[in-house]
Design a protein around this ligand. Sequence first.
Ligand code: COA
Length: 166
Amino acid sequence: MRVGGTPSCWRTLLFGGWEYISKMEITEYKPEYESAVIRLWEKCELTRPWNNPQLDIERKMKVNPELFLVGLIDGKVVASAMGGYEGHRGWVNYLAVESEYRRQGLAKLMMEAVEERLINMGCPKINVQVRSDNTDALQFYGKIGYNTEERISLGKRLIEDRNTER
Ligand SMILES: CC(C)(COP(=O)(O)OP(=O)(O)OC[C@H]1O[C@@H](n2cnc3c(N)ncnc32)[C@H](O)[C@@H]1OP(=O)(O)O)[C@@H](O)C(=O)NCCC(=O)NCCS
């Protein structure tokens, strides 16, 4: 059955996704979730040779750890979103949903949870960086109200985590 063009509200009613939405508990990251979270990122192809996910988590635990959220269904990590706020803009990295739980509104819920926390901190705007070939993420963000802004993203590595050429 083709579900691609069906709005998520109908899909949830038709295919039982409502169960996932109503069952997902969004909670702050805890060390006990580490291996499941990293496995999720690997499955979602979010890890990169030049990033060390354990170090990424360790660093996140020192800066706004309350913005690092996981989604649990029956105690299992099925989603993640690592928010941040540097006093000017909010950011989100490592947004991920297990493939079998996608297109049910879970990522939208994760983003709403991060956005709510950022608003409570007084953050006026949220930015996300998406790789230009990640059409799923681009479609997703477009659907939940994020506009493409013409910018060139620049970066400079300050600490080498792994000795792998970019
Ligand atoms: C991007 C991602 C997080 C979306 O998760 P999801 O739980 O499937 O998204 P949702 O179900 O909350 O989708 C919300 C809306 O976006 C739409 N959407 C989500 N993925 C889409 C896709 N691939 N194509 C078109 N629309 C999409 C949904 O249909 C829904 O719109 P609707 O309400 O009009 O139906 C998920 O595909 C993922 O984990 N991808 C791999 C990791 C990744 O690339 N993360 C982003 C890094 S920048």
